[in-house]
Ligand binder design. Structure first.
Ligand SMILES: N[C@@H](CCC[C@H](N)C(=O)O)C(=O)O
Length: 257
C-alpha cells in the first residue's frame, strides 16, 4: 500500500512523520521502519514518528530509531511532531501530548518549538562523566578537541561498553564556549552514528553542566552540528523541574512511497 509521509528536521536531526490517526501503519514492522529511514534505499532519516489520536490529549507520539526499533523519548522529534500537528491542523499554538516517557506540554511560535521535558531527579557523577535520563539515557563527558574528535568510534566504544552494554546509552561530548554556552556532539543509540543534534542530549548536557558547576545559569545555549538550541530549567531541592527544550522545527518535504 502506498504510504504518504512528511519529512521534518530540528537542527538537523531529521524524521519521517506519518499521520497514523486512522491506525493504518503496521507498528510491528521494524524492517519497514528501517527501510523508510535508510538514506540510500529509502527516504532517509534519524528516526520515524507516528502521530496518533489520544482519548484525552491533543495526540500521542510513537518514536522509532533509524534501526527500526521503537525507543525512548526523542526531544527533537517531539518538537518536530508539534510542528507537524500544527501543519495538520490538530493543534494551534499549544499542545499537550503523550510520549513513551509521559505527558509533554509544548508551544509553537514562528517555527520555534518549546517542549517541556521530564523532571530530572537523578544525576550520577563519575570521575570523567555524568549519567542521567532526560527521557532517554545520556552519558555526558568533556572533550577539549571536540572539532577533531572521532565521535562515531569513541561514541560506539562507550555505548556498547560497560556499564551500558547491549541496552546502551546515547553519548554526548561537550566543550565549554563560555559561561552560558556549550558545544555538543552526540553519538545516538539506534542510529549508531553521530547525528547533527539530539534534543534529550542537549537537555542532559545543560543539566549536567549546572550540576558540575560549569555554569550557574538556568537558561543555557547549546551549539550543535546542525544549529543552536536552548534549555531552561528551575532547580528545586536538587531536582531539575520545569525543563524546556527550545529551538526550530522545520518542514522539509512530503511524498508517497
Ligand atoms: N534524537 C533524539 C534521541 C532519540 C532517542 C535515542 N536515539 C535513543 O534511542 O535513546 C533526541 O532529539 O532526543
Amino acid at each position: 500500500m502506498e504510504q504518504t509521509f512528511y519529512k521534518y528536521q530540528g537542527t538537523g536531526n531529521d524524521f519521517v512523520m506519518i499521520d497514523n490517526r486512522q491506525q493504518t501503519f503496521d507498528k510491528n514492522d521494524t524492517k519497514r521502519v528501517a527501510f523508510l529511514c535508510d538514506r540510500r534505499f529509502g527516504i532517509g532519516a534519524d528516526g520515524l514518528i507516528l502521530l496518533e489520536n489520544h482519548p484525552d490529549l491533543d495526540f500521542r507520539m510513537v518514536y522509532y530509531n533509524a534501526d527500526g526499533n521503537e525507543s525512548t523519548m526523542c526531544g527533537n522529534g517531539g518538537r518536530c511532531l508539534v510542528a507537524f500537528a500544527k501543519d495538520l491542523g490538530v493543534i494551534k499554538e499549544h499542545a499537550v501530548f503523550e510520549a513513551i516517557d509521559g505527558l509533554h506540554h509544548a508551544e509553537i511560535n514562528n517555527g520555534i518549538v518549546k517542549l517541556q521535558m521530564l523532571d530530572v531527579d537523578s544525576v550520577q557523577e563519575f570521575e570523567n562523566h555524568v549519567f542521567l535520563n532526560t527521557g532517554s539515557p545520556h552519558h555526558v563527558q568533556f572533550e577539549e578537541k571536540i572539532e577533531d574528535f572521532d565521535i562515531k568510534t569513541k561514541g560506539a566504544q562507550i555505548r556498547y561498553g560497560a556499564p551500558y552494554n547491549q541496552e546502551g546509552t546515547n553519548v554526548n561530548f561537550v566543550s565549554k564556549v563560555n559561561d552560558d554556552t556549550f558545544r555538543v556532539r552526540t553519538y545516538e543509540r539506534g542510529v549508531e552514528d553521530e547525528t547533527l543534534s539530539c534534543g534529550t542530549g542537549v537537555t542532559a548536557v545543560a543539566i549536567a553542566m549546572n550540576r558540575l558547576k560549569e555554569t550557574d545559569k538556568t537558561l543555557i545555549n547549546l551549539n550543535v552540528e546542525g544549529g543552536k538550541l536552548q534549555v531552561s530549567f528551575d532547580i528545586d531541592n536538587g531536582v531539575y523541574k520545569n525543563v524546556w527544550l527550545i529551538g526550530p522545527a522545520t518542514y522539509v518535504f512530503k511524498g508517497t512511497i
